[in-house]
Design a protein around this ligand. Structure first.
Ligand SMILES: NC(=O)c1ccc[n+]([C@@H]2O[C@H](COP(=O)([O-])OP(=O)(O)OC[C@H]3O[C@@H](n4cnc5c(N)ncnc54)[C@H](OP(=O)(O)O)[C@@H]3O)[C@@H](O)[C@H]2O)c1
Length: 298
């Protein structure tokens, strides 16, 4: 199988290079090889590499910068337009597309976890661009999987866990929001699940393409997540200036950001687990593994 992989140096893209390698030939690109905001370059890339499967973890992920005019334009080009172009080109080749989306397509006002059929209502430009990208791909006639995930964390790349470790080495106290709830999802888990799906879609003529929620099991708040990271780092003997007791819960209203975030980022993953018979391990499992890599503990 010939696979075209975008965003090879992102959190998920990096893990996908590893996870997809046994499935066939992987042509992995980054923004230097092809700027996804350049529609003609993207079409040329797909026409030249003629993949059987396009896997697209590349995205403009700077949630706050997407609120600026320039950031918003880039987010639209990369997140909203490019997935539709991939769908059109994949349809011409008879290829399938695996694309990723986000909990930020929702406004977070629902009291229970979001299901795939819930109406989207993004709070900011990033969420809007991701919602538009899902729809553009779904409008194409290409066979596609749209996998919505949440709070991605990987050993490679930038994320909340690494930010907390850096701040915990510099500061004596931290205030972290406690009223946004979701599931930190390991980039390695996303990549491994993607490889399972890619195997199956290749061999199963009745493969159930479509939109699925795919995040780690359980839920937490950013504040509890930060405490967990600091606790593990302390146990690993990391020199830090604070302990979990120095992490104080605050409300989102007391931590204003350019883009509003949904308070409820919980995704109901039962459609995914029932359809594919795959387990989504609890978020702590994936995070522990990543922290072992970051902290270099046994
Ligand atoms: N991060 C999260 O918390 C989160 C949560 C929910 C869903 N998601 C979704 O999950 C997917 C993977 O996210 P991630 O955390 O792995 O993202 P990431 O670490 O920010 O990586 C994004 C990748 O996209 C590439 N990219 C950005 N602009 C590009 C452009 N104009 N042309 C080509 N490539 C471009 C970047 O390439 P360069 O490095 O070469 O610029 C980077 O490798 C995305 O669809 C994201 O929306 C993420």
């Amino acid at each position: 199988m010939k696979i075209l992989l975008t965003g090879k140096n992102g959190q998920v893209g990096f893990e996908l290079q590893r996870a997809l390698a046994p499935l066939g030939t992987v042509h992995a690109v980054d923004s230097g090889d092809c700027d996804l905001a350049d529609e003609q370059a993207l079409r040329a890339l797909i026409r030249t590499s003629r993949p059987d499967l396009i896997v697209n973890p590349a995205a403009y992920t700077a949630v706050d910068r997407a609120e600026d005019e320039a950031g918003g334009q880039l987010a639209t080009a990369v997140n909203a337009i490019a997935p539709g172009v991939m769908g059109e080109e994949a349809a011409r080749l008879g290829a399938a597309v695996i694309h990723y989306s986000t909990d930020y397509v929702f406004d977070g006002r629902k009291a229970t976890p979001y299901v795939e059929t819930d109406a989207t209502a993004p709070l900011g430009a990033y969420g809007r661009s991701k919602r538009d990208g899902e729809q553009a791909l779904m409008r194409s006639t290409a066979r596609h999987l749209v996998l919505r995930t949440s709070w991605v964390v990987g050993a490679h790349g930038n994320n909340f866990a690494k930010t907390m470790l850096r701040l915990a080495a510099e500061r004596k106290e931290l205030s972290v929001v406690h009223d946004q709830v979701g599931a930190p999802t390991s980039a390695a888990l996303i990549a491994d699940l993607t490889a399972h799906l890619a195997m199956r879609l290749r061999h199963d003529p009745a493969f159930p393409f479509g939109l699925y929620h795919m995040s780690a099991g359980g839920e937490t708040s950013w504040c509890e997540y930060a405490s967990f990271v600091i606790e593990r780092a302390t146990q690993a003997g990391q020199p830090l200036s604070l302990t979990p007791a120095d992490i104080h819960p605050i409300a989102s209203a007391d931590y204003p950001t350019r883009a509003s975030r949904p308070l409820n980022s919980r995704l109901d993953t039962s459609l995914f687990t029932k359809t594919f018979g795959l387990r989504l391990p609890p978020w702590r499992e994936g995070l522990n593994h990543i922290l072992q890599q970051i902290l270099r503990t046994p």
